[in-house]
Design a protein around this ligand. Structure first.
Ligand code: DON
Length: 563
């Protein structure tokens, strides 16, 4: 009865025509503002999504893109949920050993830098698919703000100055010293991208064909060929995004909707939440020794499954709901002991050495006045993708091919290893960790959440959900709270600064947990520099329909809300 009264109240309030405050949380203020402006003009959350995506392609070129791909998870005001996969695909000429030399060794950087690293981009296809199914405003209206933004320029932030400087030499090596991004940009500079403005204008007027065929397609292929790639105009022409049934499961009465394969995100999130569901983790306290042990042991087992079982569902028959079965998950947790860490080497095989620092994917969360909720994670993969910049078109191309398993047991940029299920094959989609997610409470949108962070995406979304529903944090607190990560291999628990005190640190160490505290420059375990975990951008809607936001202070992220 106690829970029933607020439910009835919120039902009455919402069904009496009370609407939600439209909100967008994204990596850039410009993008969040543009999204809210679209909704102010009568657009819905899907219209806003398109405008935000394009604005990020302009003002957040490190990850925002038209040369990459991503995933959308949505829940409509009518109660329909779904997902769109606009993930990149391997080119038609791609093959299993394409990154190996004649001795079978992985050729360094080939899957990350230059034309050979590029997967067939999906973002433009995704945008138009969303528009044809859900759009309410003309597509030109959704492109216009970004066309203007590219033409008039955006202001470079301090963090952007640093990130651009960090990759300057790569830009010069790949694109020459005259290229738009091969220049020295400083905080406060206005960065104009006239060519991108022209490209967006063409696509806006002529539709996705203007990107996947003709002049722009030829520009893309030319740049890729010049830097050693194998993609063809046919690959671009044949690209298609795919509507997929989202992963759905329950956690303590909440309905969770997340991304299915080719992202491992939804399945792993399901495994993690089910593995801990039988425990009262809320009582253990945030980042207590017990809660860290429980999360880490669940993560160790789930990431071991990821490595073995997961890949493109269109190329493999994969056990999706079997992996999320309660009995199966509980049986995996049977070896968990409060006394000592389970060694990853006992959970499964495989040795890896490195997790590369990178935060560069981007997530945005949107709700409109009717309650349509959209959760999108999109990426070029690592910072500025392959670094191949299509000069005449004004955009970077992804290096998503690195998300394949180049060789069994060989770690990708995020230290993840894979099996045959994620080996390279022509036209196949590479396995992802992106986890755009929507949580429903009493069938209404309650949390819209996601983050960049490669392999740490899934555990960051997991913890944000726990922070809200188990530890009672506000949306912003849940986003700010220091995060912890484990991914089976390497067998280390990464903890953000301020995440635990020295007492907890020594207790965990005495139980055989190998702790790496951030920030790190590089350390003996072979991990390279890293300062934080994820950049969560999320929206919470309470049972009265009040909207609150969490924009991650680890980046320049920004929440815009229409009051
Ligand atoms: O799809 C994936 O899982 C990766 N390409 C995501 C990359 C990412 O999050 C980069 N930022 N750390």
């Amino acid at each position: 009865m106690k829970n029933f009264i607020p439910f009835i109240l919120s039902f009455l309030i919402l069904s009496c025509g009370k609407t939600y405050n439209p909100a967008v949380v994204s990596a850039r203020k410009e993008a969040s503002d543009i999204g809210v402006e679209i909704m102010k003009k009568g657009g819905n959350a899907f219209d806003a999504m398109i405008a935000v995506h394009l604005a990020l392609a302009v003002a957040y070129p490190i990850a925002g893109n038209i040369g990459g791909g991503g995933f959308v998870v949505y829940h409509t005001s009518e109660g329909e949920s779904g997902s769109l996969d606009f993930r990149e695909k391997a080119p038609g000429n791609a093959f299993k050993d394409m990154y190996l030399d004649e001795n079978g060794n992985v050729i360094e950087n080939m899957s990350t830098l230059g034309g050979a690293a590029v997967g067939v981009p999906g973002s433009i296809s995704g945008i138009f698919e969303i528009h044809s199914k859900f759009g309410s405003l003309p597509i030109e209206d959704l492109f216009q703000p970004s066309i203007e933004l590219a033409k008039n320029g955006f202001i470079v932030t301090k963090k952007q100055e640093e990130a651009l400087k960090d990759k300057l030499q790569d830009f010069i090596n790949v694109n020459g010293s005259e290229s738009l991004f091969s220049q020295n940009y400083k905080q406060g500079d206005t960065l104009k991208n006239i060519n991108l403005s022209i490209t967006l204008d063409k696509i806006s007027k002529n539709g996705p064909k203007a990107f996947y065929e003709g002049e722009i397609a030829e520009m893309i292929i030319e740049e890729i060929e010049e830097s050693g790639g194998i993609m063809t105009v046919e690959d671009l022409k044949n690209y298609n995004s795919v509507w997929r049934d989202p992963i759905k499961f329950k956690y303590k009465g909440l309905d969770i909707i997340s991304m299915p394969l080719p992202s491992s995100g939804g399945i792993l999130l399901g495994q993690l939440l089910k593995a801990i569901e039988g425990y009262d983790i809320g009582q253990f306290g945030h980042n207590s020794v017990e809660s860290i042990q429980l999360m880490v042991e669940a993560e160790r087992r789930a990431y071991a499954d990821r490595s073995f079982y997961m890949g493109d569902p269109d190329f493999n028959k994969l056990p999706v709901y079997e992996l999320m079965d309660d009995e199966y998950v509980n049986s995996r947790m049977a070896s968990f002991s409060w006394d000592k860490a389970t060694l990853s080497s006992e959970v499964s095989h495989g040795e890896v050495k490195t997790i590369e620092e990178s935060d560069q994917t981007t997530h945005y969360s949107i709700i409109d006045a009717d309650g349509n909720s959209v959760s999108v994670t999109t990426t070029l993969n690592t910072n500025y993708g392959s670094k191949v910049f299509v000069e005449e078109g004004g955009f970077f191309l992804n290096n998503e091919m690195d998300d394949f398993s180049s060789k069994p047991g060989y770690p990708n940029s995020f230290g993840l290893i894979g099996s045959k299920a994620n080996s390279i094959e022509a036209n196949k989609r590479m396995l992802s960790s992106m986890t755009p997610t929507i949580v429903l409470k009493n069938k209404k949108p309650s949390l819209i959440v996601g983050t960049p962070g490669g392999s740490t995406i899934i555990t960051s979304v997991f913890q944000t959900i726990l922070n809200v529903y188990e530890y009672g944090m506000s949306m912003q607190e849940a986003v700010n709270a220091p995060r912890v990560h484990h991914q089976w291999v390497p067998d280390v628990v990464i903890i953000e600064e301020g995440g635990i005190d020295s007492v907890k640190d020594s207790i965990l160490k005495s139980k055989n947990y190998f702790i790496v505290s951030l920030p790190i420059k590089s350390d003996s375990s072979g991990m390279s520099a890293r300062s934080s975990i994820g950049k969560v951008d999320a929206i919470f809607i309470d049972e009265n329909g009040e909207v609150s936001t969490g924009a991650d202070p680890r980046g320049d992220d920004h929440a815009s809300i229409l009051k």
